[in-house]
Design a protein around this ligand. Structure first.
Ligand SMILES: Nc1ncnc2c1ncn2[C@@H]1O[C@H](COP(=O)(O)OP(=O)(O)OP(=O)(O)O)[C@@H](O)[C@H]1O
Length: 312
C-alpha cells in the first residue's frame, strides 16, 4: 500500500503539494484526480523517490521508495512515455530494464504480449505512435510483476480500444490484490475505472472517499416534475425544507425531496403527473463544483447541464 502523510513540495515560490495525507489501499483502483497543475505528478514522483519532499513522507509498504530492496519488483510506474530511448526497439528497451533490475528475461515477452505489442516489439521506438509508447511504458511498469502500480494519465494518446483495454487491465491488477493509483485530470475518465477517488486542487486534498460517495455527494440532486395543474402542484410542494423553482416548459424543479416523495405529495393533492424524474448534476459540473475553488486555471465556459431521462 501507499501511505502519504503531510507530504509537501515547494519549488521556489510554488507550493506544488501542500500537506497532503491519504492512503492507497491494495485490491482497489484509486483514482488520483485534479485539474492541470494540481500536484498529481509531483506527488507520484515523490512516492517513486524521484523528487525529495520539502516536508512529510510518502511510504510504499511502510518504507520510503529509496530504501526498498528490489524496488522495481515492488513498485511499477508509468510516468512520462516521452522518456523512452527513440533508437531502441520496444523489446530492447524492456530487456535493458529487466537486466539492470535482475528481472527474468522471459518476463519481457510476457509483458509485450500482455500490452499487445508482441508484433511491434522489434521496431524502433521512434516509429511508435503515442498509444504504442504508452503501451510500452505500461509494459515496463508491469515488468517486475510489482504489487504497487502508479499510472500518470495512462489513457493519454490511447484510442477507444486502448482506453477499454487499460480499464480492463487496471481492474484485473486491482482484482489480483495489487495497489493501483491512476491519475487523471478528467473525472469522466477515472469515475469509470476507480473504486476510490482522491481529489486534489492546488496541492491540497479536497476529497478522499469511494467514487460512489463522491459522485453521490456532489451537486444537489433535484426532481423534475410536470403535472396537470401547475399552480396546484407548486402549492402542494411548498413544504418546509423543499425549494421549488420553474424548470422551463411548465416543469418544476424541486430540491430537498426524492422523486417518490414528490410523487406522493402530488398524489395527496390529487394532481395527475405527466412527468417525474431525478436530475443528477453532470459529472463535469460536479467536478467543477468540487475543484472550482482550487483550480489553478479557471475556464469561463459553463458546464452543460445533463438531465436524467424523462419518466415514462
Ligand atoms: N520541477 C519543477 N519546478 C518548478 N515547478 C514545478 C516543477 N514541477 C512541477 N512544478 C509546478 O508544481 C505544480 C504542480 O505540478 P504537477 O505537474 O505536479 O501537477 P499535475 O497535477 O500533475 O498537473 P498535470 O495534470 O498538468 O500534469 C504546478 O504549478 C507546476 O508548474
Amino acid at each position: 500500500m501507499i501511505r502519504i502523510r503531510g507530504l509537501t513540495k515547494r519549488y521556489g515560490t510554488v507550493l506544488a503539494v501542500d500537506d497532503l495525507s491519504f492512503d492507497v489501499e491494495p485490491g482497489a483502483v484509486t483514482g488520483f484526480l485534479g485539474p492541470n497543475g494540481a500536484g498529481k505528478s509531483t506527488t507520484m514522483r515523490m512516492v517513486l523517490g524521484l523528487d525529495r519532499p520539502t516536508a512529510g513522507e510518502a511510504l510504499v509498504d511502510g518504507r520510503p521508495f529509496a530504501t526498498l530492496a528490489e524496488p522495481l519488483r515492488r513498485v511499477g510506474a508509468l510516468l512520462d512515455p516521452g522518456a523512452l530511448h527513440p533508437g531502441r526497439t520496444g523489446r530492447s528497451h524492456l530487456l535493458v530494464a529487466a537486466r539492470t533490475s535482475g528481472i527474468p528475461l522471459r518476463r519481457v515477452e510476457e509483458v509485450l504480449d500482455e500490452v499487445g505489442l508482441g508484433g511491434a516489439a522489434r521496431r524502433r521506438v521512434k516509429g511508435y505512435s503515442l498509444g504504442m509508447r504508452q503501451r510500452l511504458g505500461i509494459a515496463a511498469a508491469l515488468l517486475g510483476d510489482p504489487r504497487v502500480l502508479l499510472f500518470d494519465e495512462p489513457v493519454n494518446g490511447l484510442d477507444l480500444d486502448g482506453v477499454r483495454w487499460i480499464r480492463g487491465l487496471l481492474r484485473r491488477l486491482a482484482d489480483e490484490g495489487r495497489t493501483v493509483l491512476v491519475s487523471s485530470h478528467l473525472l469522466g475518465e477515472v469515475q469509470q475505472i476507480a473504486d476510490r477517488l482522491v481529489v486534489i486542487g492546488r496541492g491540497r486534498l479536497i476529497a478522499d472517499a469511494t467514487t460512489e460517495e463522491i459522485l453521490g455527494g456532489l451537486g444537489r440532486p433535484q426532481v423534475r416534475v410536470r403535472g396537470a395543474r401547475a399552480d396546484d402542484l407548486a402549492a402542494a410542494l411548498r413544504r418546509p425544507g423543499l425549494t421549488v423553482a420553474p424548470g422551463g416548459d411548465g416543469d418544476l424543479l424541486v430540491e430537498g425531496a426524492t422523486a417518490e416523495e414528490v410523487g406522493a405529495l402530488a398524489h395527496a393533492a390529487d394532481v395527475p403527473l405527466w412527468h417525474l424524474s431525478d436530475v443528477r448534476p453532470s459529472l463535469e459540473q460536479a467536478y467543477l463544483e468540487l475543484t472550482g475553488v482550487a483550480t489553478e486555471f479557471v475556464t469561463t465556459a459553463p458546464a452543460p447541464v445533463r438531465t436524467a431521462e424523462p419518466a415514462r
